[in-house]
Write a protein that binds this ligand. Structure first.
Ligand SMILES: Cc1ncc(C[n+]2csc(CCOP(=O)(O)OP(=O)(O)O)c2C)c(N)n1
Ligand SMILES: [Mg+2]
Length: 372
């Protein structure tokens, strides 16, 4: 029989609050109940926006712009048939990867994400040429042209992909964090996943283990409001994703993912907590993807006005630009930066187009071949 509100409320009120004797005994052996969901949020809200100097903000701005222009170019090359397979663009979400990864130590702290991965690689200083060459399936690609958009890695930069299976990067990220802990190398892992992935069972198994073992990991939910064509409201019973670690005693942070200074400030609080040996943090970054889910998405599930509204009011790059102008940076300087970035991206595209395709023998390298 379906449960009705009245059958639920017929339960005696005290039943839910009474502690069983066995549980009370176990609790006494516990070291103390000091978990507070919003403890880090409060620390971060004291000073919500990072006080960057002009040079630092210019650095964030350049990285976000590089991601934007790179993704626009990737979209064009896809349209020309130069990129095959799946391709998921990060346009609109740039402040998330840049704000967080600028608070990490490149090459020491590991990063792992899903298939929408080009931005996280660029934010970690990976050469745009090797990413573009991978997108076009060339020998010079970072996975030698065998991985494409969704499967890129750089162990040198501690970037561990690039995963097409929704949510799979979350337990893998806990594995990376376990390695940091085991090797005592002082590193941590930032594991990014989407609002859709956040509804997967494996995420919660991972939360439990990560919290139990005090792993050095920051779970980052990039809530871009949609999982393919399904809006968060249609798919999620709890849309405040930062709360989802409560059952595992993981503090949550609710962050505006369209403001790179806010993201960076929150990331610094999270990094300090994790590096201090206090176990995982769950950050929810509220953001928005401007393009379709992938290049083959007709985007019938939302209106053009909705997208336009976010672009006009909350664009992360325009926001940073306005901050820079307020700091006294001249329009000419900003134009110069844009020009240099466009040149860099065009160079990456030319490089990718001119690079040869992999030799057939490449099929047998870096893959599991043989009897097993
Ligand atoms: C295990 C699994 N289930 C389903 C899919 C198909 N799929 C690909 S992306 C996606 C939506 C994920 O959305 P979200 O986690 O919000 O990430 P976003 O694309 O918004 O970055 C789905 C269902 C998949 N790749 N893997
Ligand atoms: Mg999403």
């Amino acid at each position: 029989m379906a449960r009705t509100p009245s059958s639920r409320s017929s339960k005696p009120k005290s039943a839910g609050t009474r502690k069983s004797p066995a549980k009370s005994a176990a609790k006494q052996a516990d070291s103390g109940d000091n978990f507070e969901l919003r403890s880090l949020q409060e620390a971060f809200e004291k000073d919500r926006r990072y006080k960057a100097d002009t040079e630092e903000l210019l650095g964030f701005y350049e990285k976000m712009l590089l991601i934007r222009r790179f993704e626009e170019k990737a979209g064009q090359l896809y349209g020309l048939g130069l990129i095959g397979g799946f391709c998921h663009l990060y346009i609109g979400q740039e402040a998330v990867a840049v704000g967080i990864q600028s608070a990490l130590e490149e090459g020491k702290d590991s990063v792992i994400t899903g298939y929408r991965d080009h931005g996280h690689m660029l934010a970690y200083g990976i050469d745009p040429k090797s990413i573009m060459a991978e997108l076009t399936g060339r020998e010079a690609g970072i996975s030698r042209g065998k991985g494409g958009s969704m499967h890129m890695f750089s162990t040198e930069k501690a970037f561990y992909g690039g995963h097409g299976i929704v949510g799979a990067q979350v337990p893998l990220g806990a594995g990376l964090a376990l390695a940091h802990q085991y090797r005592e190398d002082g590193g941590l892992c930032a594991a990014y996943f989407g609002d859709g992935a956040a509804n997967q069972g494996q995420v919660y198994e991972t939360f439990n283990m990560a919290s139990l073992w005090n792993l050095p990991i920051i779970f980052v939910v990039e809530n871009n409001q949609y999982a393919m064509g399904t809006s968060v409201k249609r798919s999620s019973a709890e849309t405040e994703f930062y709360r989802r670690g409560t059952a595992f005693r993981i503090p949550g942070m609710d962050v505006n993912g369209m403001d790179v200074l806010e993201v960076h400030q929150a990331a610094k609080v999270a990094v300090d907590h994790v590096r201090g040996g206090n176990g995982p943090v769950l950050m929810e970054l509220n953001t928005y993807r401007y393009r379709g889910h992938s290049m083959s998405d007709p985007a019938k599930y939302r209106t053009r006005e909705e997208v336009q509204g976010v672009r006009e009011k909350s664009d992360p790059i325009e926001h940073a630009k306005a901050d820079l102008q307020n700091m006294g940076v001249e329009e000419d300087k900003l134009k110069e930066i844009d020009k240099a970035i466009r040149a860099k991206v065009n160079e990456a595209a030319d490089f990718a187009e001119k690079s040869p395709e992999p030799e057939p023998a490449e099929l047998y390298t870096d893959v599991l071949v043989g009897d097993y």
